[in-house]
Design a protein around this ligand. Structure first.
Ligand code: GAR
Length: 204
């Protein structure tokens, strides 16, 4: 009986998956992911990391009793201390949801194929250093695109460059302003990102 309980406990703990989310801003994607997994027995968002101490995403984390970590450049790029933190929280999978810093190689290597980013365009178009948020939508508008979309991709040590896991498109009409495009993109992100993460976690 005792052994069965022990083995069952081990089995369950091995099955459980823990996610860390990196976000720098509003955190609407992070919020959707937290809500999506809130009642999931096997998956927990157990840490939210930000490079901005006043980022609204940190308030959302606190409201949901999720531990937070605020990092600066020295901590992130000159030490590997975050790996100890991740170990403490048993992190299996890392999600970048509006996080704009390049991920250092030690972290990419530690989470190879276990770290994804969401980008608000159809990569390889409108990606790379300096292409984020409204800048992307402004560029899409300026180019007169008739469609845009979202890309979820594995993270490597270049901006917006890892293998693509998922893309979804939406139309852009001539009257759409960058703000309208941003809204369409957020709708797509909120609909798909949590589900794609859940599917990927089944393979981790
Ligand atoms: C999202 O649209 C995401 O695709 C984008 O930042 C936004 C964050 O929104 N990421 C990038 O541009 C990365 N290059 P959120 O804070 O409301 O989730």
């Amino acid at each position: 009986m005792f052994l069965t309980t022990v083995f069952k406990g081990l089995y369950l703990s091995n099955m459980h998956r823990y996610i860390a989310i990196f976000a720098s801003g509003t955190g609407s994607n992070a919020k959707k992911i937290v809500e999506h997994f809130k009642h999931n027995q096997d998956i927990t968002v157990s840490l939210i990391v930000s490079n901005k101490a006043d980022a609204p995403v940190l308030d959302m984390a606190r409201e949901n009793d999720i531990p937070t970590l605020v990092i600066d450049r020295t901590y992130f790029y000159q030490t590997e201390n975050i790996l100890f933190f991740f170990n403490k929280f048993s992190i299996d999978f890392v999600v970048l949801a509006g996080f704009l810093w390049l991920v250092p190689r030690y972290l990419v290597q530690a989470f190879e194929n276990r770290m994804v980013n969401i980008h608000p365009a159809l990569l390889p178009k409108y990606g790379g250093k300096g292409m984020y948020g409204m800048r992307v939508h402004e560029a899409v508008k300026k180019a007169g695109e008739t469609e845009t979309g979202i890309t979820i991709h594995f993270v490597n040590d270049h901006y917006d460059d890892g293998d693509i896991v998922f893309q979804a498109k939406c139309s852009v009409s001539p009257s759409d302003q960058p703000e309208d495009i941003a809204q369409k993109i957020h709708r797509l992100e909120h609909r798909h990102f949590p589900e794609v993460i859940e599917k990927l976690l089944q393979k981790v």
